[in-house]
Write a protein that binds this ligand. Structure first.
Ligand SMILES: *Cc1c(COP(=O)(O)O)cnc(C)c1O
Length: 238
């Protein structure tokens, strides 16, 4: 039992974890099969530390500055961090070394620059290929027809390992349309394996689904869901 039992944050966290497991079982998979990534943008380090102390140890940050600040604040607390925001090439150095996975790899150019910086440091990095399944111009990610090429390009780079695919779902109340996007991402992964795309056998993760739609994403095969507001409450408008 954690000292902070009773904090509403922890109650929400456990409720969301239970809902994830229920959706996973509903999809015919074992409970625990889907990882919960806490999307912690705008959340102060002290709040994040509460969740980490309770055993929820995977977080995702969107902004380089916030990543750096919280990295220092959470240095003593065991956890893993994924970067889930758009990464500009000139900020690579501030990110590698602080993360275990870049979920938002969206171009060959970025992959090449990452690889050469990693080589200079003597380190490696896991990545997910971010795909824009919705076609919305505001969303990052490669177009679906370019996902396999980016996977193959990443696989040819010695310092990067592609672990799968990530997408930000369509922003729409039409559940069927949102879900079709998730189905598309799962299909791209399966097709890459079937087509023998280099690296596809190791690239099986599907990071998809957020607070409002994670059950649908799990039904379509999500292995990582990224949850912010359902756990931490509504974010201040930015
Ligand atoms: C903020 C964010 C999330 C979580 O969104 P919620 O709706 O608050 O759960 C997931 N993925 C990415 C990339 C985000 O930026």
């Amino acid at each position: 039992m954690s000292a902070a039992t009773g904090d509403p944050l922890l109650e929400r966290l456990h409720r969301v974890r239970a809902e994830i497991d229920a959706a996973t079982v509903e999809a015919g998979r074992p409970p625990g099969d889907v990882a919960l990534l806490l999307a912690t943008k705008t959340v102060p380090a002290a709040r994040i530390a509460l969740a980490l102390a309770d055993g929820f140890t995977l977080i995702g940050e969107n902004r380089v500055q916030e990543l750096a600040e919280k990295y220092d604040a959470l240095l003593e607390v065991p956890h893993a961090t994924h970067f889930i925001g758009h990464l500009q090439a000139n900020k690579i150095n501030q990110v590698i070394g602080r993360i275990g996975c870049l979920e938002s790899l969206d171009s060959v150019e970025l992959a090449r620059k990452l690889d050469s910086r990693l080589a200079a440091r003597g380190s490696d990095l896991d990545v997910l290929v971010q795909v824009n399944v919705s076609g919305e111009e505001s969303k990052s990610g490669v177009q679906p027809e370019h996902a396999a090429d980016l996977l193959a390009a990443v696989t040819a780079l010695p310092r990067l390992t592609a672990r799968g695919f990530m997408t930000i779902g369509l922003n729409s109340p039409d559940r069927g349309a949102v879900r079709a996007g998730y189905r598309l991402l799962a299909g791209l992964r399966d097709m890459a394996v079937a087509d023998g795309v280099p690296g596809a056998d190791a690239a099986l993760e599907l990071s998809m689904g957020m607070s409002g739609d994670f059950a649908d994403a799990i039904a379509e095969g999500a292995t990582i869901v990224r949850i912010g507001s359902a756990v931490f409450g509504r974010r201040p408008a930015t």
